[in-house]
Ligand binder design. Structure first.
Ligand SMILES: Nc1ncnc2c1ncn2[C@@H]1O[C@H](COP(=O)(O)OP(=O)(O)OP(=O)(O)O)[C@@H](O)[C@H]1O
Length: 609
């Protein structure tokens, strides 16, 4: 997105100021107030210094009409006082601006994540337009809203200094010279802003290299540091990162090289303008047209106008504002593009399903893809039944779970819960009815307690339910062996934290699902529940699981037939629909796909043994 380098308008400043006053009124008012006060006091120092310098010859010579020693003393005291106060404002400003920055950062976090987390479905998270607005709202590098907000007081103060100093130059010397200096400063600021925007856009436009460099960085830092070491790839990652980063930045350097000459040229223009103005002041002083007080006041004011321009600050403010606008637009964009369906009628979701969940001619393709994953799928999951779903990789099993949880709506067809279309249910309530362990289940870097209680947060603090879930999932010994028991953080990156094995994590996730079931969930989904367990643990877990969940509708997805065979019913998903449906024995007798897959796996186990 190409932004022009227009000067900052009052409206923009007010918009950001309004935001600051809404999210942190006290610290915004204090920060802006202190910065503005610092600028006003700076000008007062200029004025008083001029008065002091102008009065010195008269006081020293004791000439008639000169300032009395007493008055001169007061003038000096006033200068000292203003100077001391001015020197104190930066320290106070640091305190208030730190508080403001913390408040703004928190609000930005809420402003961006809340609208993204609000919808019960997840289609908006794959919508490019929504993601684009989200990216803009986050901003990049030093050009985000928080940065814009921190620039705001400085820019306000700089403008006050510019106007105030111009008034001083006008009053003390010449309005024409004041106007000329302000004009040159704004022009240089505008040009500097353009140069900076050019650099930023070039860097931001280089997304390919930038993205690759970021990917390699994440790979080395958090995604796969262990594997990279095992394969001896860590040096390669460093070299690759430097290579991509350098490639991405080369164009910026070239641009920056050119900009250096422009910066020197702009510095010379600035020097010429200030030098010219000071020369005029000097000439008037020598000619006796300008008293010493006015000379001593006008010269620092001329210099102050020059340094009051900041192209970088203007760009930061403008980019901050653009991030702010994107943040404001985010909830509207999501609501417009992915409206939440109106809930029709009153249904007692908290008891559902009483009879069944029925997929009726359900077809589905993901947003942005034309490939139908499910086609005219019919499937009934009875309440209190353990149903296993099998199928080859990519058959659509996890997709079916996402539809069941309402994360996506079927492209066509319906999902009925006790005869009521899922689209008519309050989705949040329905989702609370479902307890799930999915393949990539969440591993919260929090305590064991949190990891289990998150299954039904409304039951947090229920120690008996917690202990029961731990017993049933077989994590009692694991928890008692941890350094801080239930309070141990499950992430080594935190003090006193530990890393669990894949199988241990799976049991913790199972405890979470069981905690949810005991809190009243009516549907339990286990997507590859035992993938990380050894065979003995798997058999034990599945038997226990079937025993424990006999009161709820459960859907088990697994590639392991030792897990699947114990289910009440087994369905085979292929080519987007159910091709076989029956008990383990029935499907073996039918000698179809299930029987073939089962025998293949059984044979492999026998052969391997
Ligand atoms: N978010 C998505 N956007 C587009 N396509 C997707 C998305 N998620 C999955 N798919 C595609 O949908 C198809 C079904 O995937 P799904 O994860 O449901 O299969 P699965 O049966 O669970 O496979 P597996 O046994 O390997 O876990 C695959 O072709 C996959 O590439």
């Amino acid at each position: 997105m190409q932004l022009s380098a227009r000067p900052v308008t009052v409206c923009r400043v007010l918009t950001l100021l309004g935001y600051g006053m809404r999210v942190a009124p006290g610290s915004t008012a204090l920060t802006v107030g202190l910065t503005v006060l610092g600028s006003v006091l700076g000008m007062a120092v200029t004025l008083l210094t001029g008065q002091v310098v102008g009065a010195v010859p008269g006081v020293v010579e004791g000439s008639a009409g000169a300032m009395s020693l007493w008055a001169f003393g007061w003038l000096l005291a006033a200068l000292l006082f203003v100077f001391v106060i001015e020197s104190l404002t930066p320290a106070l400003h640091r305190v208030t601006s730190t508080i403001l920055e913390a408040a703004v950062t928190r609000e930005i976090g809420i402003g961006i994540t809340a609208p993204l987390l609000k919808p019960q479905r997840i289609e908006h998270l794959e919508d490019r337009e929504v993601l684009d607005v989200q990216e803009r709202a986050k901003g990049k590098g030093d050009f985000h809203l928080s940065q814009g907000m921190s620039q705001l007081p400085w820019l306000l103060a700089a403008r006050i200094t510019m106007i105030g100093s111009a008034v001083i130059v006008g009053l003390m010397f010449s309005w024409l010279v004041a106007a000329l200096l302000v004009g040159v400063t704004l022009l240089l600021e505008w040009h500097q802003g353009r140069l900076i925007e050019g650099e930023i856009d070039m860097w931001w436009g280089n997304t390919e290299e930038q993205r690759r460099a970021n990917y390699v960085f994440d790979l080395g830092m958090k995604d796969a540091p262990k594997e990279l070491r095992v394969f001896g790839l860590h040096q390669w990652v460093v070299q690759r990162y430097v290579h991509e980063w350098t490639a991405g930045f080369r164009a910026v350097w070239a641009k920056r090289g050119k900009n250096v000459w422009w910066s020197i040229a702009m510095g010379l223009v600035r020097l010429a303008a200030d030098g010219f103005a000071i020369l005029l002041v000097g000439r008037a002083a020598v000619a006796g047209d300008l008293p010493l007080t006015q000379v001593a006041t006008a010269v620092p004011a001329i210099l102050a106008i020059g340094v009051s321009g900041s192209g970088y600050g203007v760009v930061q403010l403008r980019r901050g504002l653009s991030a702010y606008r994107a943040m404001v637009a985010l909830p509207e964009t999501i609501a417009e593009r992915h409206p939440e369906p109106a809930v029709a009628g009153e249904h007692q979701v908290e008891l559902m399903p009483v009879r069944e969940i029925r997929f009726e001619k359900v077809s589905f393709h993901y947003p942005g893809s034309d490939n139908f994953v499910l086609r005219d799928l019919d499937l009934t999951i009875h309440a209190r039944e353990a149903l296993a779903l099998v199928g080859i990789n990519g058959a659509g099993k996890s997709t079916l779970v996402k539809l069941l949880g309402g994360a996506y709506r079927p492209t066509s067809g319906r999902i009925l819960v006790d005869g009521v279309d899922l689209a008519e249910l309050e989705l949040g309530e329905w989702q609370r009815r479902i307890a799930a362990i999915v393949q990539d289940f969440l591993r919260f870097p929090l305590s064991v307690t949190d990891n289990v209680e998150f299954g039904a947060i409304e039951r947090a603090g229920d120690q008996a339910a917690l202990a029961q879930a731990a017993r049933e999932a077989g994590i009692e010994d694991l928890v008692s062996g941890l350094p801080k028991g239930w309070d141990t953080v499950l992430d080594k990156a935190f003090e006193g934290g530990v890393d669990l094995s894949g199988g241990e994590w799976q049991r913790v996730a199972l405890a979470r699902a069981l905690f949810a079931v005991h809190a009243g969930a009516g549907v339990l989904v286990l997507d590859e529940p035992a993938a990380a367990l050894d065979v003995r643990a798997e058999i034990e877990l599945v038997e226990r699981y079937l025993e424990l969940t006999s009161g709820v509708a459960s859907l088990i997805i697994s590639h392991r037939f030792s897990v699947v065979r114990n289910a009440d019913r087994i369905c085979v998903l292929d080519d987007g629909h159910i091709i076989e449906d029956g008990t383990h024995e029935e499907l073996l007798a039918a000698a179809g796909t299930y029987a073939k897959m089962f025998r293949l796996q059984a044979e492999r186990y026998v052969t391997d043994a």
